[in-house]
Design a protein around this ligand. Structure first.
Ligand code: KIV
Ligand code: ZN
Length: 500
């Protein structure tokens, strides 16, 4: 069986998407989850793009031991220098250079002639190769490039020492057949590709990123670039969980294997959704709430008789826990820690202190605490433990159909407390206006606000999400509480903290 490498770019292409930015601590959490998944390569960022990106690539490179760590770089010496500085301490560092090869990109964006592009590819690949043996070259917008010119670009990069050649469908324009034909053509036109790894990187603008990636694998690509939950700009990148489970479930078709520990998929997916403040669409393949739910009588009957009647893979194979345990206010720390371990969360003693305190608070308000509640608390812990931020101290709202809603909100930050009062159109609006009087951020608008229950029952936890737009920047926030106004305020503060 051939080994199909998984190159994860959640921390670079995924994080680049509006509203998906992560702080250093969050990026490290994701990097560790990717390492647990056993991905072959983690693209940790674009080192030259900002000081923050450089620091996070460096930290990921110094933390991760079992996966290669890559930084993206334009085909420019200063980018390659920064990429090298950021990844040089990794156990297995990779520099990933890109340059566009499509006529439209070369003429309007690069303002370079095709021969200049070829010279540049060769020179910059050689430049990167002086630093590390593992150099990847991406021909940006490859699927809208002239195939013969693309072949020349691929040959130039291999001649200069590239060990992986990536064929991106940058704008999500390709179809599966076209992708397979392009890989087949390149393998034939450039026989040197047999000595290197051919890779694909597909965007999802026409909803075909996963299908295109798999078509490339069928045609001989040995690396797939993808992101957890399909995160990424516009319609996103190819979803890692879908690619891995397709290759795993249809070995007869793809004739290969990834080294991904599939039972880590669900947990990594939840972690990423929690960090960016989103929830999986319920019908999302592999990780959505309904992905393994059988509702109709006929299906249930079949599944009870033999699961394989309607189930092509098991929930356990992607790490969805099979039994649900219930805890209450008398449950001990040990039992909670054990259950979290079974669910795949190994918390440090300090993290467990925070979690157990939140558990006790929750148990005072809610009789039965289940796995979904525990997972929500874990996600919340990751979010709420960033230093130097405003936190909710207390609030009161007064609302009804005959009164103007008003709110008093008290926040604390760095040992100081701040209190404000506001009226608004409903209790959430009043509370948010009071928060706005305290947290002085640049002008912003609330783009989206939603609240959903975690699990079932009238006393279920409410999970609130906000999306805030400030100039070109979009941030998301998430809050969790049995009180939905409190969850909303926490989510709003969480989003505003990111703008500060
Ligand atoms: O989509 C794209 O072309 C990219 C490259 C930089 C690999 O993200
Ligand atoms: Zn991309």
């Amino acid at each position: 069986m051939k080994h199909i490498k998984i190159f994860d770019t959640t921390l670079r292409d995924g994080e680049q998407a509006p509203g998906c930015s992560m702080n250093l601590k969050e990026k490290l959490e994701v990097a560790k989850a990717l390492e647990r998944l056993n991905v072959d390569i983690i693209e940790a960022g674009f080192a030259i793009s900002s000081k923050g990106d450089f620091e996070s690539v460096k930290s990921v490179a110094e933390t991760v031991k079992n996966s290669s760590v890559a930084s993206l770089a334009r085909a420019i010496p200063k980018d390659i220098d920064a990429a090298y500085e950021a990844v040089k301490n990794a156990v297995s560092p990779r520099i990933h250079i890109f340059l566009a090869t499509s006529p439209i990109h070369m003429e309007y964006k690069l303002k370079m002639s095709p021969s200049q592009v070829l010279e540049n590819i060769e020179a910059m690949t050689k430049y990167a190769k002086k630093y590390v043996p593992d150099v990847e070259f991406s021909a940006e917008d490859a699927m809208r490039s002239d195939p013969e010119f693309l072949a020349k670009a691929v040959r130039a990069a291999i001649k200069a020492g590239a060990t992986t050649i990536n064929i991106p469908d940058t704008v999500g324009y390709s179809t599966p057949r076209e992708m397979a034909e392009r890989i087949t053509y390149l393998r034939k036109a450039v026989p040197e590709t047999e000595g290197i790894v051919l890779s694909v990187h597909c965007h999802n603008d026409l909803g075909m990123a996963v299908a295109n990636s798999l078509a490339a694998v069928e045609a001989g690509a040995l690396q797939v670039e993808c992101t957890i939950n399909g995160l990424g700009e516009r319609a996103g990148n190819a979803a890692m969980e879908e690619i891995v489970m397709a290759i795993n479930t249809r070995k007869n078709i793809y004739g290969g294997e990834t080294r991904i520990k599939t039972n880590e998929i669900y947990r990594a997916s939840r972690l990423v959704y929690n960090i960016i403040g989103m929830r999986a669409p319920i019908n999302k393949a592999i990780v959505g709430d309904n992905a393994f739910a059988h509702e109709s009588g006929i299906h249930q009957h079949g599944v009870l008789a033999n699961r394989a009647t309607y189930e092509i893979m098991t929930p356990e194979s992607v790490g969805i826990p099979s039994n649900n345990m219930v805890f209450g206010k008398h449950s001990g720390r040990h039992a909670i820690q054990n259950r979290l371990k079974e669910l795949g969360y190994n918390l440090t003693p300090e993290e467990m202190d925070v979690l157990f305190a939140s558990f006790k608070d929750l148990a005072d308000k809610k009789k039965k605490i289940n796995d979904a509640d525990l997972e929500a608390l874990v996600g919340h812990k990751v979010k709420s433990s960033t230093a130097n931020e405003f936190t909710l101290d207390r609030f009161t709202v007064n609302s009804g159909n005959y009164v103007t809603s008003n709110a008093i909100v008290r926040l604390s930050n760095g040992g100081k407390v701040f209190e404000e009062v506001a009226i608004g159109d409903g209790p959430v609006d009043a509370a948010f206006k009071a928060v706005d009087k305290i947290i002085k951020t640049p002008p912003h608008s609330l783009d989206d606000y939603s609240i959903q229950s975690v699990g079932e029952g009238k006393d279920a936890l409410g999970e609130a999400f906000v999306r805030i737009k400030c100039g070109d920047e979009i941030v998301t926030g998430r809050g969790l509480s049995t009180d939905i106004i409190e969850a909303s305020i926490i989510a709003y503060i969480n989003g505003l903290n990111k703008l500060l």
